[in-house]
Ligand binder design. Structure first.
Ligand code: GDP
Length: 304
């Protein structure tokens, strides 16, 4: 239900465009496929993924000789579901911790403004609801606002908070957050990091330094590195996914602000192009507006 609401703009944009593209046409022909290609691209599905989808529909048209435009929705939905299923990424059913070991350590990365702090707060809330003891670590020490905001979220959620203030060494904060989690029997430590995408080399250096110090505090940690992406930025989100997955080993994605955008198609492109599953989607500013991403539910909701 929240998902349907969250996808409203994407859905409207997509089907309005699709409707216009096939208006007055009965048969799926070259021209309709060209139009469909434009619709997918302008819905931020991404070029590579769009081409894959169009090729498949083309093959189907060739095979069946006559396809009615009224079937186009169904065919498109089928092909998208099949494409995403090929990724072999399992869907998660709930807000699961990434390991059975305690504490589980989750490192959060992403550029400023994408909704990192908010996503951490929402995630902490879900974990807390499930009976876990949570600590948030403020290792984004470059912005005073980031440290303050994280503290406010910790208070709101009612979880622990570890901070050394602004301009302190992020790797030290990360290390000590893990130590704090171990000493205080926390089930999970969620560590915020600075999102400065100046150069890939620096990004790599910063992230690996933080990662190393986390591993030093607890071998095996971090158990998850989650990249937060803003859906409203469309293709920029895909570029950021590229940069971060090249800079460090990212194993989960959170896609925020789906409620505010018609660019929800970016979820399809990201799922298709990266070997990293989308774990969560943000569908609003409220504490409850974080959902576990399910590919099938997403496509169903888009076409429902
Ligand atoms: P950060 O700089 O990456 O830490 O970004 P913040 O967490 O401070 O979020 C930036 C803005 O985006 C804030 O106004 C949030 O309320 C808003 N925001 C975050 N996630 C969502 C979402 O899923 N939907 C909407 N509509 N707004 C969001």
């Amino acid at each position: 239900e929240d998902l349907d609401k969250g996808l409203e703009k994407t859905k409207q944009g997509f089907f309005n465009k699709l409707g216009r593209a096939v208006a007055g046409k009965d048969r799926v022909d070259e021209e309709v496929l060209d139009e469909l290609e434009s619709v997918l691209i302008s819905s931020d599905v991404g070029l590579d993924t769009t081409i894959k989808i169009i090729d498949r529909i083309e093959a189907r048209v060739a095979e069946e000789r006559y396809l009615n435009t009224s079937e186009l929705n169904e065919i498109l939905r089928d092909e998208i579901v099949k494409l995403l299923a090929e990724q072999n990424q399992r869907d998660f059913d709930d807000y699961e911790l990434p390991t059975t070991e305690r504490p589980a350590v989750i490192l959060i990365v992403g550029v400023n403004g994408v909704g990192k702090t908010t996503t951490i707060g929402k995630l902490a809330h879900q974990f807390k609801q499930r009976g876990h003891r949570v600590v948030l670590g403020a290792a984004d020490t470059f912005r005073a606002a980031a440290v303050d905001q994280l503290g406010i979220w910790a208070e709101r959620v009612g979880c622990d908070f570890y901070s050394k203030g602004m301009n302190t060494d992020p790797a030290a904060v990360a290390y000590e957050t893990v130590q704090y989690a171990m000493k205080n029997n926390c089930d999970v430590a969620i560590i915020d990091t600075a999102g400065r995408l100046h150069t890939k080399f620096n990004l790599m250096k910063e992230l690996s330094k933080i990662k190393r110090s986390v591993t030093k505090a607890l071998p095996g940690a971090p158990h998850e590195v989650m990249l937060v992406l803003d859906a409203t930025t469309g293709q920029n989100a895909i570029e950021q996914a590229k940069a971060f997955t090249e800079a460090t080993e990212v194993n989960a994605l959170a896609l925020t602000k789906l409620d505010g955008t018609a660019k929800g198609g970016v979820a399809i492109g990201i799922t298709d192009q990266f070997q990293v599953p989308i774990r969560y989607i943000g569908v609003g500013e409220g504490i409850d507006h974080l959902q576990v991403f399910n590919k099938r539910a997403f496509v169903d909701s888009l076409f429902g």
